[in-house]
Design a protein around this ligand. Structure first.
Ligand code: ADP
Ligand SMILES: O=C(O)[C@@H](O)C(=O)COP(=O)(O)O
Length: 424
């Protein structure tokens, strides 16, 4: 199979989540960081996931990046472009899901784009246009306190309309239940009414399969890993997926950096207390970008086993820091964590787990990694990754909200590292 599917991801953890889903559903997939440079040796692939860090940048910049990637991929044969967004629809009213979707649709000649962030495997479902995270509506989930894009409205038709220049519609559950042809007809009817996009309901895998089939009949779709599952199955046509490649563990120590302040990450950090040495990074050093003390601390311990360094804080502490230092604290902390990652790499770390999407973006950029191969799944939405250049290193880029309590030990085990007993 040659390149069939182009995916453009708005962050790096989201990209690896999608690449994991595509691989597990029969498509040979690679994740690149931005548009691949000429000469980058990519394996034979059916799908490419071009990862950008454009979730929280100005909309015009996000649209320009997505359009350039769509151009690159369609020139290489991809017949469908999927814009990968977060399964919790992370964005602001000035955000990028609407503008990027509209830009990709305009490039493709105009259509009503199906938009669906459902990912039932991780508890994200969409019913009557409302997004649920597990058992609660989005606006009652921990996402209401996200440091960058607090999600305070669960009605995605409303959320997307506020970011769009054209009206937004809904393909409701009863239509989705009737299958791909009914979804296609609803999207065509919505286009006739002048709608540029429709939120599509989906709560179970059968809805994703129907959605994938309907989406593939058009040039553009927007959504999360559930949409990717549907597209992959529609393209692979039931072909059995190849077994995930085995990545031999590289020489060198392992470390974990957490910049996510999500409830799941806070819980995962608490779960390894007393099992993995933890450095809670202080706000002053983070804001000053001074990671020297943390690197000295890690340097003493790395030869004995993995260490965890975290800026992660409770919603109250995040709110206090933002009110004292302004909204840009997030970007300053990301920069400090990237400095930390570079320092750890200088100290030999070749296996790195990162918690947090924006945090992963900053770190992967600082390390200069151009692309990843996709390995075995560690947890739903999080695969083991191996960098293609500068030399093979292992990574796990964890979306803040993903993974069970035991995520860090599982990721370390997948990298061939057993956690050692240690004290904070
Ligand atoms: N202690 C802190 N106070 C305020 N913001 C923080 C703190 N620690 C990390 N951040 C910022 O919070 C944001 C977390 O986003 P991200 O890395 O995408 O995690 P998630 O995957 O949970 O969304 C980043 O911008 C990060 O720099
Ligand atoms: O779709 C998802 O939920 C993830 O793939 C994703 O995009 C997560 O973003 P972060 O929580 O910012 O890592």
């Amino acid at each position: 199979m040659s390149l069939r599917l182009a995916c453009i991801a708005d962050d790096y953890t989201g990209a690896s989540d999608l690449a994991n889903t595509l691989s597990r559903n029969g498509l040979r997939t690679v994740q690149t960081i931005g548009i691949p440079a000429d000469g980058l040796a990519l394996p034979e692939i059916d799908a490419i996931v071009v990862a950008f860090k454009i979730r929280s940048v100005p909309a015009r910049e996000a649209a320009a990046a997505a359009l350039a990637a769509a151009e690159y991929c369609t020139a290489r044969g991809a017949g469908h472009v999927m814009y990968k967004i977060c399964s919790t629809f992370d964005s602001t009213d000035a955000g990028n899901i609407g503008p990027v979707t509209e830009a990709l649709a305009a490039r493709a000649g105009g259509l009503c784009v199906p938009v669906c962030p459902a990912f039932p495997e991780t508890g994200r479902t969409v019913y009557q246009g409302h997004l649920f995270v597990g058992a609660v509506p989005l606006a009652e989930s921990p996402l209401k306190d996200h440091p960058l894009n607090p999600m305070r409205d669960s009605n995605l038709v409303r959320v997307l309309a506020r970011q769009s220049s054209r009206p937004v519609g809904l393909v409701p559950f009863d239509t989705v239940e009737r299958g791909a042809t009914a979804i296609s007809a609803a999207l065509d009817a919505a286009l006739g009414e002048g709608r540029g996009a429709c939120i599509v309901d989906a709560i179970a895998e059968r809805h994703l399969l129907a959605l994938g089939e309907a989406a593939l009949r058009r040039p553009v779709s927007t959504g999360a890993s559930g949409l990717g599952l549907g597209l992959a199955r529609a393209i692979a046509g039931g072909a059995a997926p190849a077994a995930a490649p085995d990545f031999p563990a590289p020489e060198g120590p392992a470390a974990i950096i957490a910049g996510s302040c999500s409830a799941a990450t806070l819980d995962q950090i608490a779960a390894v207390r007393g099992r993995i040495p933890i450095c809670h990074l202080d706000a002053d050093s983070l804001l000053a970008g001074d990671m020297s003390a943390a690197l000295d601390w890690a340097g003493e311990l790395l030869d004995s086993g993995p260490v965890l360094l975290a800026s992660s804080a409770t919603p109250e502490a995040v709110a206090a820091l933002k009110s004292a230092h302004g909204a840009e604290v997030g970007a300053r902390i990301e920069a400090a964590l990237a400095t930390l990652a570079a320092g750890l790499a200088d100290r030999g770390v070749r296996r790195l787990i990162v918690a947090g999407g924006e945090t992963s973006g900053a770190i992967v950029d600082r390390l200069g990694i151009p692309a990843f191969e996709i390995g075995a799944e560690i947890a739903p939405g999080v695969p083991l990754l191996r960098s293609i250049e500068p030399e093979p290193r292992l990574f796990a880029l964890k979306s803040g909200n993903f993974g069970g309590r035991d995520f860090f030990p599982r990721a370390l085990a997948a990298m061939g590292v057993a956690p050692t007993p240690g004290a904070d």
